[in-house]
Design a protein around this ligand. Structure first.
Ligand SMILES: Nc1ncnc2c1ncn2[C@@H]1O[C@H](COP(=O)(O)OP(=O)(O)O)[C@@H](O)[C@H]1O
Ligand SMILES: [Mg+2]
Length: 258
């Protein structure tokens, strides 16, 4: 079930380097939120704080608060592993487990989460691949390696793997940047379909993509080299791309920098 994310005054550090500062925002369920901004402004860092992947880097930490519905993601009683199950992630480069079959790639998370009968696994693998718009292309070769698929198919396989464990939120960090235009459109179509069931956050450097797929857009920027990234403005995507409030947003979306 899709859940709302509420971020209050969040900072994230790598050792003593503050990468992002003072981020406050609400991310709505059953919608797509796009993060845009110049390279190095902390989009990926912020995304990784949303499922507690930031802290796996030695010396990395966060300050502030993130609520997933009513649950404090950084609460003392919260298991980061269960957070990562509820808040799934898809990366820039498709990263299927190279030695595993297509079927086993999708089933991997389910198997980690405990035993299931063969027929139950088969049912979830099929429905996940269908939801990822990949089933028809792979149903006759489920036992072949996932690494044999095209880049675009591999990325949809990774999306199938992420949704197989029934997450509430899907985070995607530039999921199309390694893909050709046709595969990119396939992923964008898929994102539009999945938003009915999930909370989706996508980092993209492609402004047209943000305009095409997202409901809300958040623009991040940094004041200078070595300065922390900040949220400059967040609004309806149509507003950000036609009539932003901040001059920096306008300069960025019209290609004056970044
Ligand atoms: N693993 C890391 N260790 C140390 N610093 C990092 C690491 N990852 C990112 N940073 C720094 O954090 C800042 C934000 O980076 P990042 O979140 O990757 O930005 P973006 O995704 O917007 O390009 C940059 O200054 C970057 O050098
Ligand atoms: Mg990044």
């Amino acid at each position: 079930m899709a859940k709302q994310i509420e971020v209050s005054d969040l900072d994230a550090y790598y050792g003593s380097h503050k990468a992002i500062e003072g981020i406050t925002m609400t991310i709505e369920p059953r919608s797509v939120t796009a993060f845009i901004g110049p390279s190095g402004c902390g989009k990926s860092t912020f995304l990784r704080t949303l499922n507690r992947m930031h802290e796996v880097i030695p010396g990395a930490r966060v300050d502030g608060k993130i609520l997933l519905e009513d649950q404090d993601l950084y609460g003392d009683d919260i298991d980061p592993v269960s957070v990562r199950r509820t808040v799934g992630m898809v990366f820039q480069r498709p990263n299927p487990f190279p030695t595993m079959s297509i079927f086993d790639n999708v089933a991997a998370g389910l198997r980690l989460n405990g035993r299931r009968s063969k027929s139950e696994l088969e049912g979830i693998v099929e429905s996940s691949l269908k939801d990822a718009n990949l089933w028809n292309e792979v149903k006759d070769r489920l036992n072949k390696p996932g690494s044999g698929l095209s880049g675009g198919q591999q990325q949809r396989l990774c999306i199938a793997r992420a949704i197989a464990v029934s997450p509430a939120v899907l985070l995607m960090d530039e999921p199309c940047s390694a893909l050709d235009p046709i595969s990119t459109l396939a992923i964008e179509d898929l994102i539009s379909k999945l938003k009915n069931e999930y909370t989706i956050v996508i980092v993209t450097h492609n402004m047209q993509q943000a305009a095409r797929v997202s409901d809300k857009t958040a623009f991040f920027n940094l004041a200078g080299q070595g300065q922390p990234g900040k949220l400059i403005e967040m609004d309806e995507t149509s507003k950000i791309f036609t009539n932003p409030t901040q001059k920096a947003t306008e300069d960025y979306i019209t290609g004056r920098f970044g």
